[in-house]
Design a protein around this ligand. Structure first.
Ligand code: PEP
Ligand code: MG
Length: 754
């Protein structure tokens, strides 16, 4: 049996897609166990169902049609119990359900083994026997090993694609999709699917009105590509081996061939846009080659895909520039980048939905800054098929609803109104201080980076801008903005907020924020060239930015400068030295500038533990809990697979934050928190209790947190902090803090701040 297992595992690893793996497994298992039926069911979590994906023994027409609710029948039982169910007489079992669609009379012997990855049930592997039969322990172990293998070799996006292909009816009704993180708020709008410029397989279908113009666009792309290949061929003639030159010729031949070009044109004339038509044709064509026995021809499929990609890149260049967005755009995609988000006019962008990403990815921060509801980490989202559909983004329950029914739509419209009313209801707090009833005052600041939210901040009663992410301006451009331009931007921000303080953070790119004109490809970007490390390695760029900030500060007295990602005293010394040099250059040129207030972000654990030394070198500290949490817990803040492990209420994170607050204050300097936790009521409550001087958050949270602070006694909050400090786990801490907020009459705040 071990040999059979090894053989099947090798065969599974060699297949190209889950459908093939499923077919192979059911055939092989049926033979190996000498049983009558083997089937694979996969979980469609969006509908809470198990779908029959492949079978050897049941009616083939049942594939894709038989859908069992989780917990329905013995198959559902294996999924819900997450353990094998092995019974010799299935109809006698209380959980048994007869499924008519399979068209078979009941089977008696039954074994179902769950397919589990990362604690999540992906499906169930089932074997059945017409007569009574108890599968042996060895047979059960064999199926368990196969299920584990299957779980490891298929990924959820592939399964989504299979599910999507199986049932077009899956999208005919309302569809709920659960995410792992969100930006709070509700939105209703039209899906606009975006995709990386390089992913042919992920290009969505899209209806067009003018096939003739679209066909011309495609023909022009083909002509341009042909010309480019010819040029390449000429240029490379001396450099390329004859084999490589033949490849270019083969590409040119393919481009001239009927199948690729005409196939795409046919699809365009049938109403699909050029990239979608190209994708469908290229994949179909590549598949034909892959199926061929001749190994030379088999390999040509890679060439076809590559050529398709080149054509797509050409089509996309114009597409990006010419993209039109509807007035109520819900941006959707596998992964949404900062620049894709910024590409949409702010007044048209109503919501975001993304397969990947978490609540502290920079796109999420930006969404919050702009008060745009978002849901991230929806692993069963089939974005390619959703373009143009109506979508609800529900950032409170962390889900998206595709094609809401009329009743649901009505209900969401009502909730959207209610939410707006709640915000209006808090407006009376605008000009009141964030002060507890027993007299503890906290400054509430806004996180910002765009003009849109600066202007809004001015009118929303914040005490200043606690974090201006200067890099956002850099994302709006095609190359580095010059000193003059930057200076105008910073001066405008300072002027709008005057006399309130504004903390301008120097460039913090790298990590998940890669500028299109400074691409950084690293294996471990969050541990790599990022933040101040880039600035110190590019002193010309850094000094230009510092001079721009200082020049803006010469006209306005509310400037502070903040250095991101400081991890050692040496780094801080270098940054301060460059700041001093920038200032003296300005003074030499005749512009008298005062030394600004300077602070450091405490977001790398080494800085937290060296805070006594670092804080003596600057005027203030700002704790960046987004990064501090990821570095302390070793959890990538952007990885939805580990999003459940990312929690700033982890006792270790709270302990370090508290330590830094105490040490900075012991040195007689102010300390604030500018990570996302500052805008979360339960977390803000504990930060208040720690004695933080200021909390900086997205604008949408400011009045809610002010309401919380004005409703709760400082001493009561300190008692709560003392109590939760004895807890060993984040969930317990959050539950207790939320319960405390409810006891103080703030349940509606929790509802809208979930
Ligand atoms: C942080 O890390 O907490 C922070 C505020 O900075 P950013 O989210 O921009 O990395
Ligand atoms: Mg940070």
């Amino acid at each position: 049996m071990l040999d059979t297992l090894r053989r099947i595992v090798q065969a599974i690893n060699a297949v190209r897609n889950p459908s093939e793996a499923f077919s192979l497994i059911v055939t092989e298992v049926k033979a190996a166990l000498h049983t009558d039926v083997c089937s694979v069911y996969m979980a469609d979590h969006s509908r809470g169902e198990l779908v029959l994906m492949a079978t050897d023994g049941l009616r083939p027409s049942a594939v894709g049609k038989v859908r069992l609710k989780f917990e329905q029948g013995l198959t559902g039982l294996a999924a819900s119990r997450t353990e094998p169910i092995n019974v010799d007489d299935a109809p006698a079992h209380p959980a048994f359900r007869y499924i008519a669609a399979t068209g078979e009379s009941p089977f008696h012997g039954f074994i179902g083994v769950p397919i589990i990855r990362r604690r999540r049930v992906l499906g169930v592997l089932v074997a059945q026997q017409r007569e009574q039969r108890k599968y042996t322990a060895d047979e059960e172990a064999f199926l368990v090993a196969l299920a584990a293998q299957l779980a490891g070799c298929i990924n959820s996006s592939e399964i989504r694609q299979v599910l999507a292909r199986l049932g077009d009816d899956a999208l005919s009704g309302t569809l709920f999709l659960e995410g792992v993180a969100s930006a709070r708020g509700l939105a209703l709008g039209e899906a606009v699917v975006v995709f990386p410029a390089t992913a042919l397989a992920q290009v969505p279908d899209k209806d067009i009105n003018d096939p003739v113009a679209e066909a011309t666009r495609f023909r022009e792309a083909v002509a341009a590509e042909l010309a480019e290949l010819q040029r390449l061929g000429e240029r490379m003639r001396l450099l390329l081996s004859p084999g490589d030159r033949a490849l270019l010729d083969a590409y040119a031949l393919l481009l001239g061939s009927d199948s690729l070009v005409n196939g795409t044109l046919e699809r365009i004339h049938a109403g699909n846009w050029a990239p979608g038509a190209l994708r469908a044709t290229v994949l179909e064509y590549a598949d034909i080659f892959t199926e061929m026995d001749d190994s030379y021809l088999k390999e040509r499929s890679a060439d076809i895909l590559d050529l398709g990609q080149r054509l797509l890149n050409r089509l996309q260049v114009e597409q990006v520039v010419n993209r039109e967005y509807p007035d109520n755009t819900i941006l959707m995609g596998e992964e949404i980048s900062v620049s894709q988000l910024l590409d949409v006019p702010p007044e048209k962008l109503k919501g975001l939905v993304s397969v990947h990403g978490t609540g502290t990815s920079h796109v999420a921060l930006l969404a919050r800054g702009l008060s745009i509801p978002a849901v991230f980490g929806i692993s069963n989202l089939p974005p390619g098929r959703l373009n143009g559909r109506e979508v609800v983004v529900d950032g409170y329950t962390v889900r998206a609803c595709i094609q809401p029914s009329p009743a649901l739509r009505q209900e969401y419209l009502r909730l959207i109104d209610e939410e707006a009313e709640m915000s209006r209801g808090l407006q009376h707090l605008r000009d009141l201080p964030a002060e507890t009833p027993d007299g503890r005052r906290v400054e509430l600041h806004a996180n910002s980076g765009l003009f849109a939210d600066i202007a809004a901040a001015r009118n929303s009663g914040v005490d200043g801008i606690g974090l201006y992410r200067s890099e956002l301006h850099f994302f709006l451009r095609d190359d580095f903005p010059g000193e003059e331009e930057q200076s105008l931007v910073y001066a405008r921000v300072l002027r709008i907020m005057e006399p309130h303080p504004v903390v301008l953070r120097t460039l913090d790119v790298g990590g998940d924020k890669s500028l299109p004109y400074l691409p950084i490809n690293e294996q471990n970007p969050f541990l790599g060239w990022r933040g101040i490390r880039i600035s110190l390695d590019q002193p010309d760029l850094f000094k230009a930015q510092l001079r721009a900030m200082l020049r803006a500060g010469a006209e306005h007295a509310n400037l502070s400068i903040l250095f991101p990602m400081i991890s050692s005293a040496g780094e801080l010394r270098e940054a301060l030295e460059l700041l001093r040099a920038a200032r003296s250059e300005l003074c030499d040129s005749g512009l008298a500038v005062e030394p600004p207030r300077v602070g450091i972000m405490v977001e790398v654990p080494s800085a937290a533990y060296q805070i006594d030394t670092l804080i003596r070198m600057v005027d203030f500290a700002s704790i960046g809990t987004n990064d501090l949490t990821q570095y302390l817990l070793a959890v990538d803040r952007n990885n939805d697979r580990v999003a459940k492990l990312y929690d700033p209420l982890h006792p270790a994170v709270l302990g370090v934050v508290r330590y830094v607050v105490e040490r900075v204050q012991a040195a007689g300097r102010p300390v604030g928190i500018c990570g996302e936790m500052a805008g979360d009521p339960a977390s803000a409550l504990l930060l208040l209790a720690m004695g933080a001087d200021s909390l900086s958050m997205n604008l949408g949270s400011v009045l809610k947190i002010k309401w919380m602070i004005r409703s709760i006694g400082y001493r009561a909050a300190q008692d709560l902090l003392a109590e939760v400090t004895t807890f060993d786990d984040a969930t317990a801490i959050r539950e207790r803090a939320n319960a405390f907020l409810e006891e103080h009459g703030l349940s509606s705040l929790l509802r809208l701040a979930k």
